[in-house]
Ligand binder design. Structure first.
Ligand SMILES: Cc1cc2nc3c(=O)[nH]c(=O)nc-3n(C[C@H](O)[C@H](O)[C@H](O)COP(=O)(O)O)c2cc1C
Length: 221
């Protein structure tokens, strides 16, 4: 009898780029947006120079560096009005407001295409939290909020999207969620993750592992 496999193995189906291109539009969007796996989901808060506020859920926020502390996110092409992109370009600032289950439905509603003169704060009942001297609105109900200044907008010519690069200038979170090793307790905060444009997850802790080195076996901390 041969050794039984160490891991569960599945019969794989292979999709080529031609298969993906041939998918019906909505199925292709669902398929393509599932490819990176679960992603963070947060509400991006912006305003224009007349004080017209805006909120939109974004799942493309990514860590770009710790020194300086940089975050990036991807904006869809501006073939139609993109209020988040226009506002943060104008004011050079935006906020990231992490979600928890109680505000998920309101946050999802913010992805609807409201006209520019309708604030998603008013449309959903979420509350504006202003920080003195910072030009973009935070979501008061969010438990973990970040303020950023615009560093760069990098065009991605192949599809007209843009990588927006921001420098973290403010972080707001209750002290009880700061962990002794320096991390932030995303599980305690009940932060959410997402795939596609309609599927949301809670986080479940699995492990913290030791720093890996060629001459030492990974340990669970
Ligand atoms: C779960 C989810 C994730 C999304 N992620 C992004 C994203 O990363 N980038 C983006 O440009 N739009 C994303 N969207 C779409 C925007 O939220 C949507 O286009 C919104 O209407 C933009 O509003 P605005 O024009 O006020 O900026 C996402 C929508 C949902 C529901």
């Amino acid at each position: 009898m041969g050794d039984s496999p160490r891991f569960a193995l599945f019969e794989m189906q292979t999709f080529t780029s031609a298969d993906i291109a041939g998918m019906e539009l909505l199925a292709r969007v669902q398929f393509a947006t599932s490819l990176p796996g679960a992603k963070p989901i947060s509400l991006i808060g912006t305003t224009d120079r007349d004080g017209q506020t805006n909120l939109a859920p974004f799942s493309s926020v990514v860590h770009l560096g710790s020194s300086p502390c940089l975050l990036g996110m991807i904006s869809r092409p501006d073939l139609v009005e993109r209020h988040t992109l226009a506002n943060l370009t104008e004011m050079r600032a935006w906020t990231i407001n992490h979600l928890h289950p109680e505000i998920l439905d309101a946050a999802h509603q913010c992805s609807a295409k409201y006209p520019k003169d309708v604030s998603e704060f008013d449309a959903t009942g979420l509350t504006i939290h202003n920080h003195p001297g910072f030009p973009a609105p935070f979501v008061q109900e969010s438990r973990f909020r970040i303020g950023l200044e615009l560093e760069d907008v990098i065009p991605i010519p192949i599809n007209g999207t843009r990588l927006i690069v921001g420098r973290v200038v403010l972080v707001q979170v209750a002290e009880e969620f700061l962990m002794p090793h320096g991390g932030i307790d995303l599980v305690g905060l009940e932060c959410l993750a997402s795939t596609a444009l309609d599927t949301y997850f809670k986080l479940q802790p699995l492990a913290r592992l030791s720093h890996s080195k060629p001459d030492a076996i990974t340990r669970r901390l």
